[in-house]
Design a protein around this ligand. Structure first.
Ligand code: HSE
Length: 452
């Protein structure tokens, strides 16, 4: 095995023709173009680092008519299957996104004995089990660094850098679009719909932004990280998910008054026999590192029992940053090919026969502090009634503020921040409070982040 590596490096040292690794790309959209750019930008540096020449040998895209000048020498085909069928290709990179035909292309490439790389978090979070099983059976690699955190090397950090840790928790901001929208709402007091419309006009948010703003994209990413962190099968459907579309500027302003910023967080805590899996708007204390992540950036925090706290921060999207993550997978596989060490590192970090089922903590069992905003008539006794119901459910109040004063008995916001309480008690209390005559709109509930 070692001889293969030494042989390869000797080639390089002696100036003999280097080994070439041929890459076939399916999908020449934003990330596909990013990969091509990165391989072009690094064409001198790559052989110095790897002893190999990594060549983009074919591109399939069903709508591209021609490739930009600097890539004009690369054969362009319409059908991904033509790339898979090409006997010269060592690694097939799938960058079309979505479930189908991406899944069929991945499985066909694996069946043809090709190593595969993808950035497709939706596919892995939903169908990953089939893909990893097929790859293991065929003895080929699956690279997916770009599926979480764009250019941040989070997958490799978790799979290899933290391999000697029991992961106690994962938390983070994993969607730049949602974070950008919340940052603009926070900094400029603009309502959600207005920021979203502007982001779409600037081409920043997708025409269908639901995956980003409803937390689904973040749930995909959390499911992938949880599989690797805990050695368990989990799909994004098992992640309890709430998005940011109902967050109002008023809550952002009130959060600030209480010393918090609202962020869309992915959170998983490892309780041994059960693990939390949740994505929701969260009040983060202003002095916490995650509160300072603004705009299109991502930050992913792991707590390992040996390494302690690790925070990875960087660009979670974008053509070239994400292209660099795809290229890193290609290089990893190329090195394994050169060294004859395919399969050295299991793609999900755990050996596939060592995956164990884990119960997902029901949301009812969560225990933590809460922010409530009630819309109530401004009249005597309302606060006492609400406090009474909270007390019956064993929910202790930390602070209360009422905004404004309505002489005529009109509605005002009444905000209560609680000490840690059980979510089932919170739900029971809010259901009762919502029925009070003096309460004119359903209560707003936002969970408050606490480091474990
Ligand atoms: N749509 C994602 C985001 C980037 O806005 O962060 C790709 O995962």
């Amino acid at each position: 095995m070692e001889n293969a590596c030494i042989w390869n490096w000797n080639y390089w040292l002696r100036g003999v023709r280097m080994k070439e690794i041929k890459v076939g790309l399916i999908g020449f959209g934003t990330v596909g173009q990013g990969l091509a750019e990165v391989l072009f930008m690094q064409q001198e540096r790559m052989p110095k680092r790897t002893g190999m020449r990594i060549e983009l040998a074919a591109i399939a895209d069903k709508s591209a008519k021609a490739l930009p000048e600097r890539f004009a020498h690369i054969p362009l085909v319409q059908n991904g299957q033509d790339v898979i069928n090409n006997p010269d290709i060592d690694i097939v990179v799938e960058l079309i996104g979505g479930i189908e035909p991406a899944k069929s292309f991945m499985l066909a490439a694996i069946a043809a004995g090709k190593h595969v790389v993808t950035a497709n978090k939706a596919l892995l979070a939903q169908e990953g089990r089939d893909i990893f099983a097929a790859a293991a059976a065929k003895g080929v690699c699956v690279g997916f660094e770009a599926s979480v955190g764009g250019g941040i090397p989070v997958i490799k950090a978790l799979r290899e850098g933290l391999v000697a840790n029991r992961i106690l928790s994962i938390s983070g901001i994993m969607n730049g679009t949602a974070n950008y929208i919340l940052s603009r709402m926070t900094d400029e007091g603009i309502p959600f719909a207005e920021v979203l419309a502007e982001a779409q006009r600037l081409g920043f948010a997708e025409a269908d932004p639901s995956y980003d703003v409803e937390g689904i994209d973040t749930a995909h990413k959390l499911a992938i990280l949880m599989s690797m962190a805990y050695g368990m099968h989990i799909t994004h459907r098992e992640v309890n998910t709430e998005g940011i579309s109902r967050i109002e500027p008023l809550d952002i302003e009130l959060a600030r008054e209480f010393g918090y910023r609202i962020k869309l967080l992915a959170i998983s805590r490892n309780h041994g026999d059960h693990v939390e899996a949740r994505v929701h708007p969260t009040m983060v204390p202003q002095d916490h590192l995650l509160a300072s992540i603004s705009g299109a950036y991502n930050a992913i925090h792991f707590h390992g029992d040996c390494a302690g706290n690790i925070l990875l921060y960087g660009l979670g999207a974008g053509k070239v940053p994400t292209g660099s993550a795809v290229a890193a997978d290609v290089v990893d596989i190329a090195r394994d090919i050169a060294c004859g060490s395919i399969g050295r590192v299991p793609p999900l970090s755990y050996l596939s026969d060592q995956f164990t089922p884990r119960r997902i903590t029901p949301m009812d069992e969560l225990y933590g502090p809460y922010y409530f905003r009630f819309t109530v008539l401004d009249q005597p006794g309302v606060l006492a009634s609400i406090a009474g119901i909270l007390s019956e459910q064993d929910i202790s109040i930390e602070s209360v503020i009422q905004k404004g004063r309505k002489e005529s008995g009109g509605a005002v916001p009444l905000v209560i921040v609680t000490h840690a309480a059980q979510e089932s008690s919170v739900e029971r209390a809010l259901a009762r409070i919502n029925t009070l005559e003096a309460v004119t709109a359903p209560a707003v509930k936002i969970r408050i982040f606490e480091d474990e």
